[in-house]
Design a protein around this ligand. Structure first.
Ligand code: UFG
Length: 330
């Protein structure tokens, strides 16, 4: 551990992905400060550093926090993240993801550090014209969630061109799994994501798992996604952060394994890992879902030396299941 390790402000660091990144940073001796409104995050998921409880929209508090802590870099996770919900509540996504990000960008470009790692998403590609989708694939979101992240990325690219920001945007594919040491994981009772939902069904929290669409043009008729272990994603953030601080080179990277699994494949492995033959039910397609999303992620491997350690759907489900079982059902 080095005392010269960067000071990192992590907005949304009490949430699922943020807390895994905080753990990776903390284990390397980083000086971390978490800024989170605890709306979906949890105080006990923060393994390192102090917490400031605040809204991202509260730019006065954000500004004070930046002035007091003087971070070298900010990592920004604080956002709404559900594709389905974004179709029902688009304004929440525009306000929370675009307007609040803009407020944060203004604060950090005025007060420093002017360096940001941004959580973006494969949803910016919409229904990609090419699979795997590489970073230069046409950007054409098909839901407000993807649109909100693309607008944020566009603003960041322009600010960078105006020398007001250094940034790396990481476009995540489908993040799942839990800390292999089982210290942290996803803690969200109303979780809507497939893997968490499947495991909660196996655990008895839901009576059945709905399969949203079985008539897609895919081999088994269900949607295909590139599921990536959250710890590998956390490592990608550490590498991106170190690279940005060292080289000031703005960049956008996909983060996925480049391998697709269907909803049925996830269900079968979830049944195997849990030993529970939980009930599933065919349901209509969910609005805003692209049939197939797989990452073309050679760029991050090549430029940042990102070497994933947990590229196995079974391992993702095993770690998620161990975590899920350790949570209180009540
Ligand atoms: N699904 C079901 N039943 C469920 C939940 C999901 O069939 O109960 C299906 C969905 O319809 C979809 C697939 O499982 O086909 C994956 O859905 P998730 O909700 O787990 O994840 P999404 O693909 O919708 O979105 C996730 C993240 C986004 C990110 C995207 C990138 O939430 O932030 O992956 O691939 F942009």
């Amino acid at each position: 551990m080095s005392s010269s390790y960067p000071k990192v402000l992590v907005c949304g660091g009490a949430g699922y992905i943020g807390s895994h990144v905080v753990k990776s940073l903390g284990e390397r001796g980083a000086d971390v400060l978490v800024y989170d409104n605890l709306s979906t995050g949890h105080r006990d998921m923060i393994t390192h550093g102090e917490l400031v409880v605040g809204e991202l929209a509260d730019t006065d508090l954000l500004r004070k926090t930046v002035i007091n802590f003087r971070p070298d870099i900010v990592i920004h996770f604080a956002a709404s993240i559900q594709v389905g919900e974004s179709m029902q509540k688009p304004f929440n996504y525009y306000y929370n993801n675009v307007i609040n990000t803009l407020g944060l960008l203004k604060v950090i470009s005025e007060e420093g550090p002017g360096a940001l790692i941004f959580s973006s998403t494969a949803a910016v590609y919409g229904n990609p014209d090419k699979i795997p989708a590489h970073e230069d694939t046409t950007l054409a979101p098909i839901n407000p969630y993807g649109t909100s992240k693309l607008i944020s990325e566009t603003i960041m690219a322009e600010l960078a061109a105006l020398n007001k920001l250094d940034y790396i945007a990481l476009r995540y594919f489908n993040v799942a799994g839990a800390d292999p040491e089982n210290r942290i994981g996803q803690k969200y009772k109303a979780a809507t994501h497939l893997i968490t939902r499947a495991l909660k069904t196996a655990k008895g929290e839901f009576s059945t798992l709905k399969i949203f669409g079985t008539d897609y043009e895919t081999p088994d008729g269900t949607c295909i996604r590139d599921y990536i272990h959250v710890t590998d994603l956390a490592e990608a953030h550490v590498l991106a952060m170190n690279n940005l601080l060292k080289s000031k080179k703005n960049a956008i990277y996909n983060v996925g394994y480049g391998r697709g699994s269907s909803v049925w494949e996830v269900i079968n492995i979830a049944r195997e890992v849990t030993g529970v033959d939980f009930s599933v039910e065919k349901a209509p397609r969910r609005e805003g879902d692209p049939p197939k999303l797989i990452a073309g992620a050679e760029k991050i491997r090549k430029e940042l030396d990102w070497i994933p350690k947990h590229d196995s759907l079974k391992f993702i489900l095993e770690t998620a299941w161990r975590w899920e079982k350790s949570l209180d059902v009540s």
